[in-house]
Design a protein around this ligand. Structure first.
Ligand code: UDP
Ligand code: MN
Length: 432
């Protein structure tokens, strides 16, 4: 284990003379001088010159300090790679800022990076190699961690991939065994990932536009990565984490900029645009879990719906079944129970009682009932529902789930099955 895959990577050679050139697009709003220049210099020092078409910096209406103005312009003029600075007069958000950068680019491949990254030696070739082999591949490096306290560089793991939870938050999860097997155990081969983090990726320029670039109706930040992930997979492309390519990113604890109208408004707005266009019947599930999201206006999505039709994209269910069967979205569930006072649960086809990525789990006859990461292997997480007695019996222990007696927010417990009222669960009847 450890980092042995990195040695495999070092041994690889690529037909770099035939590779397409890339434009690197970096958007920023009030980025610090040191982090931005650390990135620009790492690109110049660690990319084969003939593959670098240009670096495009898009200033999304920064308004703090003056280092990003004339000072930056004068500085980049002296660098040995063409660097263009574009500016928006108004804050447009990262999605429209990236589109502005893409529109001005000349490279055959677009490489998007957050403004506070550091590219490592050999980062670019393995990314371009995948696009060279197949222009419908959208590729991400492994994102290493740069500490936001010390700015130290920490090598990240090749054993995580991108997923999402019930709230449609992007999350990292362990790469499942089936994907490790698909690569024949060779960890230097790219990982197929259901979603991408979104800040750092490369894509063939023409393909970027063919597949619908970005949803211009999305504001400021958030959701565009899931929107693009669903779209690429459902409409015939693929997304890889290229484990031989590594780029560090400063993970910040809080966002350093303002959110016009509030964070929730913006996130809900963007999220609804995804849900309405891409999630089919899972939209009902999403709103049931996240009723608050529905109250936000999300604008007109008809153009995106038409795009989906025009590209003849597959269904969200297809995506869950084929690309992301490990997803926490209940692919099939008997019931979406809401009667557990403390949380919304679904009773899944695997007979788990699941809330987001957590399952009700019991490891001994005496309980207690705990919430554990769902493992999908039945075992301690398997419950049998009896439609006549309304009992939920824990299969391994033969005990029945009973309602909390005390406060509303208590966990349920287990006891010998008696059929009493406290052991009767009327499961909600929402079905997909
Ligand atoms: N950004 C932008 N305009 C905005 C918000 C963000 O140009 O309104 C830029 C930001 O400067 C960064 C990139 O978009 O280069 C991604 O944002 P951030 O790093 O805050 O996202 P995170 O890494 O926290 O997901
Ligand atoms: Mn960032």
């Amino acid at each position: 284990m450890g980092r042995s895959w990195l040695f495999q990577c070092k041994k690889k050679s690529y037909p770099v003379e035939s590779f397409p050139t890339t434009s690197i697009i970096i958007v920023f709003h009030n980025e610090a001088w040191s982090t931005l220049l650390r990135l620009v210099h790492s690109i110049i020092n660690r990319s084969p010159r003939h593959l670098l078409e240009e670096i495009i910096l898009v200033d999304d209406a920064s308004d703090k300090g003056d280092h990003l103005g004339r000072k930056l312009e004068n500085y980049v003029k002296k660098l040995p790679v063409p660097i263009h600075i574009l500016r928006s007069n108004e804050r447009t958000g990262l999605i429209r800022a990236r589109l502005k950068g893409a529109a001005a680019s000349k490279g055959k491949v677009l490489t998007f990076l957050d403004a506070h990254c550091e590219c490592t030696e050999g980062w670019l070739e393995p990314l371009l190699n995948e696009i060279y082999k197949d222009r419908t591949s959208v590729v991400c490096p492994i994102i290493d961690v740069i500490s936001d306290d010390t700015f130290e560089y920490i090598t990240g793991s090749d054993m995580t991939w991108g997923g999402f939870n019930w709230k449609l938050n992007f999350r990292w999860y362990p790469v499942p065994q089936r994907e490790l097997d698909r690569r024949g155990g060779d960890r230097s081969l790219p990982t197929r990932t259901p979603t991408m983090a979104g800040g750092l990726f490369a894509i063939d320029r023409d393909y970027f536009y063919e597949i619908g670039s970005y949803d211009e109706g999305m504001d400021i930040w958030g959701g565009e990565n899931l929107e693009m992930s669903y779209r690429v997979w459902m409409c015939g492309g693929q997304i890889f984490i290229v484990t031989c390519s590594r780029v560090g990113h400063v993970f910040r604890k809080t966002s350093p900029y303002s959110w016009p109208g509030g964070v929730a408004r913006i996130i809900n707005h963007n999220t609804q645009r995804i849900v309405e266009v891409w999630m089919d019947e899972y939209k009902d599930f999403f709103y049931k879990i996240n009723p608050g999201v529905k109250n936000t206006a999300y604008g007109d999505v008809s153009a995106r719906k038409n795009l989906r039709k025009k590209l003849e994209c597959k269904s969200f269910r297809w995506y869950l079944e084929n690309i992301y069967p490990e997803s926490q979205m209940p692919l099939d569930f008997y019931s979406l129970g809401e009667k557990f006072d403390f949380q919304v649960f679904s009773y899944t086809k695997k007979k788990a009682l699941q809330s987001d990525d957590l399952c009700l789990d019991i490891s001994s006859m005496n309980g207690p009932v705990k919430l554990f990461q769902c493992h999908g292997l039945s075992g301690n997480q398997k419950w049998e529902y009896n439609t006549e007695t309304y009992a939920l019996k824990h299969v391994n222990t033969d005990m029945c789930l009973q309602k909390p007696v005390g406060k509303e927010r208590d966990m349920p417990s287990i006891g010998y099955c008696t059929g009493e009222l406290s052991q009767q669960w009327i499961l909600g009847d929402m079905k997909l």
